[in-house]
Design a binder for this molecule. Structure first.
Ligand code: ZN
Length: 474
């Protein structure tokens, strides 16, 4: 029997956990990293893949993407293939249910590792608009039993009072459930005003702050000042918070209007106001015709941004119940939040995410490679923000590095094009030259989700949240 099932030969290995950056061969056995060395004997490998000229990093982990949410106009599970093509090997779904997660993996999985958060949507996934602390505790327990690793609070769409928001965060903390927050309560909004509430809401607790970039669009102050203030709050509460920022210019939001023709959610209202459109059905219609607002739709098995007349027709036909996107994220904000470090030289925002998946903006690798070319990140720093730190955020001790015995999750990048060219999960290819070759997926659950994972029939791994960056030392 060969010593290795697979040898990836001659690539530039990036392994920040071990401080290693250099040309090396990587030997894989039984789905795990067996050896990284300047040269392995090719006769020791059942299969040898030449990756010379390529960069080889621990599999990219996307700590904010959508593959299981509710959508009427496209299938969120298409996000698995979209992520695989983008070089992702592990994804944290930012808001579905345990059932939608399992269903999507079975139908359209692309071989990724998948952890899910339970979306808190009053009237849809939970009964009360303002759950009491005991109700919040039960909702969180139920989410874990379904196989989610925690919950997502969607403050930009379904905000709670500050008190309820705080109660939910603490209900999660008490059960070591992951808790992510799209910032905003009934008293603030999905902008810097909501970021200012974090210290009061979290207290001594723990929280994942979603897509920090989206609160620094210049809604309250000058965008640069908003970045500085957000970074200050994140740094002040460093040991209590996980955070990520994404790079795409396009946001993702909802077009939904109430029966009086008013745009409902906070986020699209802000987007319309930024360009002087009324926050109404008519204002949205004009923004679509002008090409400012795009409608998200499915065409030929792909999720795409639709514009102009075609988009307006879809918007009207769906009675405004569509996903939408506006080009409101600022590159200067993305740059600043991604590269900012504290006095100790540590990144203040932990990870680069996409807020993509089934939204066509899975650009984390491309944009981070561009930052390397720009000199704003070193190659090892890029691997830190795309893989090592995300693994630690989620408590995935076997991922994010190339130590012996680590999961052989690997993303290979062509440094001439900045594009991922190949990726592996547990030593098996899931994407080769842009073609998805993986299927199904591995569920990541807490010990409380073991029964649901067993019942799903999918392979799964149990994650110990006590070891995650969110709860370590709590
Ligand atoms: Zn999101």
């Amino acid at each position: 029997m060969a010593k290795y099932d697979l040898i990836l030969s001659g690539g530039m290995a990036l392994d920040p956990a071990n401080g290693f950056e250099g040309v090396a061969d990587i030997g894989i056995k039984a789905g795990m990293i067996a050896r990284v060395a300047p040269e392995l004997d090719p006769f020791d490998g059942d299969e040898v893949v030449d990756v010379s000229g390529r960069w080889v990093m621990p599999g990219q982990i996307d700590t904010h993407a959508h593959v299981a949410g509710l959508s009427r106009n496209w299938d969120p599970a298409l996000g698995y293939a979209m992520l695989a093509r983008a070089g992702t090997t592990t994804v944290l779904d930012m808001g579905g249910t345990g059932y939608s997660l399992v269903d999507g993996i079975k139908r359209k999985g692309a071989g990724l590792n998948v952890a899910g958060l339970f979306a808190l949507i009053p009237g849809a996934t939970m009964p009360a608009a303002e759950p009491s602390p005991p109700e919040a505790r039960d909702i969180v327990a139920g989410a874990l039993r379904q196989g989610c690793i925690g919950v997502k609070i969607l403050g930009g769409y379904h905000p709670f009072s500050p008190q309820t928001t705080s109660d939910i965060i603490h209900a999660c903390n008490d059960q070591l459930a992951y808790v992510a927050f799209h910032i905003g309560t009934r008293e603030s909004g999905s902008h810097l005003g909501g970021v200012r509430e974090i210290p009061r809401l979290v207290g001594k607790g723990r929280l994942h702050v979603c897509h920090v970039n989206s609160y620094c669009r210049g809604v309250i102050e000058d965008a640069d000042a908003e970045c500085d203030e957000a970074l200050g709050i994140l740094e002040e509460m460093r040991s209590q918070l996980n955070s990520e920022a994404y790079h795409a210019i396009q946001n993702g939001t909802s077009g939904s209007c109430d029966f009086e023709g008013n745009v409902q959610a906070n986020v699209p209202r802000n987007c319309l106001a930024m360009r002087g459109y009324a926050p109404t059905r008519e204002g949205m219609g004009q923004a679509i015709l002008d090409g400012y607002a795009s409608v998200i739709g499915q065409r030929g098995g792909h999720v795409v941004y639709l514009k102009g007349r075609e988009a307006l027709t879809l918007y009207e036909r769906a009675n405004t119940q569509v996903g939408m996107s506006f080009p409101v994220n600022l590159p200067s904000t993305a740059f600043k939040l991604t590269t900012a470090k504290n006095a100790a030289g540590e990144f203040i925002v932990d990870a680069v995410s996409t807020d993509g998946g089934c939204h066509p903006r899975n650009v984390a690798i491309q944009s981070s490679m561009a930052l390397v070319a720009f000199g704003a990140l070193t190659p090892l720093e890029m691997a830190t923000k795309l893989s090592l730190t995300p693994a630690r955020m989620l408590g995935l001790a076997n991922k994010g590095h190339f130590s012996e015995g680590a999961d052989a999750d690997i993303t290979i990048i062509n440094p001439n094009t900045n594009q991922p060219t190949m990726s592996f999960v547990a030593g098996k290819p899931i994407m080769v030259e842009g073609q998805v070759v993986g299927s199904g997926g591995t569920l990541l659950v807490t010990a409380k989700g073991r029964r649901a994972a067993d019942a799903s029939g999918l392979p799964y791994q149990v994650v110990d949240m006590a070891k995650s960056r969110l709860y370590a030392g709590a």
